[in-house]
Design a protein around this ligand. Sequence first.
Ligand SMILES: NC(=O)c1ccc[n+]([C@@H]2O[C@H](COP(=O)([O-])OP(=O)(O)OC[C@H]3O[C@@H](n4cnc5c(N)ncnc54)[C@H](OP(=O)(O)O)[C@@H]3O)[C@@H](O)[C@H]2O)c1
Length: 333
Amino acid sequence: MTSRVLILGGSGRIGSSVAADLVAYTEADVTIAGRNPTTGERVSQNLGSRVKFLTLNLADQAGLTAAIASTDLVIHCAGPFHYRDARVLKTCTAAGINYVDVSDHPSFTRKAMEYAADAEQAGVTAIVNTGIFPGISNSMVREDVEQLDEAEHIHLSYVVAGSGGAGVTVMRTTFLGLQRPFQAWMDGEWKTVKPYSDRETIEFPAPYGRTGVYWFDMPETFTLPGTFPVKTVITKFGTVPDFYNYLTWTVARWWHPWMLRQTPVIEFLSQVSHLMTDVTDRVSGIGVAIRSEVTGKKEGKPARCCSTLVHETPRSRQATALAASPNCYCLAS
Ligand SMILES: NC(=O)c1ccc[n+]([C@@H]2O[C@H](COP(=O)([O-])OP(=O)(O)OC[C@H]3O[C@@H](n4cnc5c(N)ncnc54)[C@H](OP(=O)(O)O)[C@@H]3O)[C@@H](O)[C@H]2O)c1
C-alpha cells in the first residue's frame, strides 16, 4: 500500500529535506504544506511528481482537520515551535493518525507531552523532538547511559557552524531561547540558569575542535532528568565562528528582557543573523556537531562514556550534507 504523508512546513528547509528523503527512500505520496503558495509550488516541483503542495495555515483548524483526515502520517516541521500549541497532535489523536515532529522548544514539548495518554489510548504513535537536537542527541545520551551501571552526570553540548543548514526559523528559535531564565537539574535539584551564560570550552571532533558553548534551554534540559535518574543534566550550545557566540552573549547579557520578548525584535535579530550567515557560511562552512558525555560508575569504578556526531557540509559542496553517524567510546576515569 502506498502511504500518504503530510509534511506541515514542508516548503521550509527542514520539511523539504524530509520530503526529499521520503521520495528517495520510500514509495509514499507526499503533500507538503505551508502558507505561501509561490514558494510551496516551486519546492514541490523541485521534489518531483510524487510531491504535491497544499496551501494551509495552521491557524485554519478546519483546513488542518481536513488535511490530516486524508493522510496516513503527519510530520510537523512548521516551527518556530515556541509559537505553537499542540493542536496538530490533538487533531491527529482525534483522527487516529500517527504523528512525528521536529520540535525543539521546551514549551512546545511540555504542551505536546500533555497528550501522551490520549495518544496512547487512541492507539496513535506520536513521537516528539525527532530532529538532530533534540532527537539524535537523546539517542546518543541513552547509548552512553546504557554503557554504565550507574549514570550520574549528563553533559550534552552542541555546536552549529554558520546557519547549520537550517532556515531562518532556527535563528528565531535561538533568539527566543534568550527570552528568560530557565530551570536546570543540578546536583539533584532544579536551579535557575540564565540563557547563554557560563561559557565552557568543549573539544568537538574535527573540523570544530575546541569550541565555546553556553547554557541553552532545550527540551533535553527537562526530558533527560525525567528519563534517567541522574544528579545533573547540562545542556549547552555554541556557534562557529566564535564571533556569533559573542554577539549572542551580548544580546543575552545586555539587552533588556522586555526587548527580547517583542516579536519584531526577535524577527529583526533572526533576519539579520540569517543574512550574515549567508555570507559567513562561505568561510565557516555549514554543519552541526553534538557531544554527549555521561559520567557515573561501571563495575563499582568511576567511568565516563562519550558520544560525538558531526554533520558537516563541505565548503566545496555546500548543497550536499555528509551522512553522519555517532561515534561512542567509554573510559574508566
Ligand atoms: N530538532 C532539531 O534538531 C531541529 C533542527 C533544525 C530545525 N528544527 C526546527 O524545525 C523548524 C523548521 O525549521 P526550518 O529551518 O525548516 O524553517 P523554515 O525554512 O523557516 O520553514 C518553516 C516552514 O513552516 C511553514 N510555516 C510557518 N508558519 C506556518 C503556519 N502558521 N502555518 C503553516 N505553515 C507554516 C513555512 O511556510 P510558510 O512561511 O509558507 O507558511 C515553512 O514551510 C523550526 O522550528 C526549527 O527550530 C529542529
